[in-house]
Ligand binder design. Sequence first.
Ligand code: TTP
Ligand code: MG
Length: 346
Amino acid sequence: MNNILHIDCDAFYASCEEVRYPKLKNHPMAVGGLSNKSIITTANYKAREYGIHSAMPVFIAKKLCPNLVIVGVDKKYYKEKSIEVFDIIEKYAKIKEQVSIDEAYLLVEDKENRINKAKRIQKEVMEKTGIGVSIGISYNKFLAKISSDWNKPLGIKEINSSDIPHILKDLDISKVHGLGRKSTKKLRNIGIHKIEDLLSLDEEFLKNLFGKQGSYVYHVIRGEDNRKVEISSKRKSIGREFTFKENTLDLRILHSYIDEIAKILESDMNDRDIKAYTLNLKIKTEYFKTHTRSHTQEVPIYKKEDIASISKDLLEKLISNEKFRLLGISLSNLSKNNHTQLSLFD
Ligand code: TTP
Ligand code: MG
């Protein structure tokens, strides 16, 4: 069963800039340093038609495409967009493992047709964030990652066990994630250019060449990869907050927001198969002062009734004569339901 999805954003930094400056959408554009001596970080697909790519010096890129627009790097903004994108994606899977600013693996365990699921993800992410993603579907991480790169941008590709190894044969060895630049160079020097050539080498030979990594490569190109999709260790909390239509101190209203958030958090934790040990309540007053209170306990918190009652207790400690304009609850100190503390993965 193909339970693993690999999602990779298309021309990520450049797509973020296109969201900000829609006029750049149909124009060759790259993100990078602004001086001629600097290099291109990434380029939109229009610019790629001119042969422009990551790590290319700016002066060469400008030679290839004189009307290329170059936008400076704004990592903070890309990070925010990344959170927007992957918060949406997270809802589609039991486990999400984010591996970089623009890519994540999902472990999906429902019955939904994988291609349909991928289409739904693409559509929702595009509609809500303006970012295009490509999605690879397969039965292990290595093949899912190869598939997400198969027909970018906005690609969807599924690789089945019956496709292995022939579907990989024509791919260049640079597509083998885990083979670095030095390793591919070494291989090219001995006439190995395609995965087909790589398949003709035995495990001992690859081990001698690259040590343990050689053994890894020998197996993954045969569709053997046992790495598990793990909840991202970076995910330290899950939470929701609401800003009220009108500032209030009415306990009935505040409690109903708490009940609502508790319901959402219970279902979020259920979907992800996790529990929490700490609950944090945050309120913002009408004068924009933020106050927080937390509660940690030995017994995991995951039921909506518990989330609500702990929050209501904490809320009492925050009541003053200032009205509230926002209330949020987050859960941290997360662990998977098999009780492995997430910090173990750090
Ligand atoms: P990638 O996913 O490798 O590239 P990309 O998203 O721009 O394009 P693609 O459609 O082929 O996936 O990298 C994600 C972002 O990381 C990229 O937008 C910019 C940044 N990045 C660097 O900072 N340095 C690099 O060398 C590369 C390759 C990317
Ligand atoms: Mg990408």
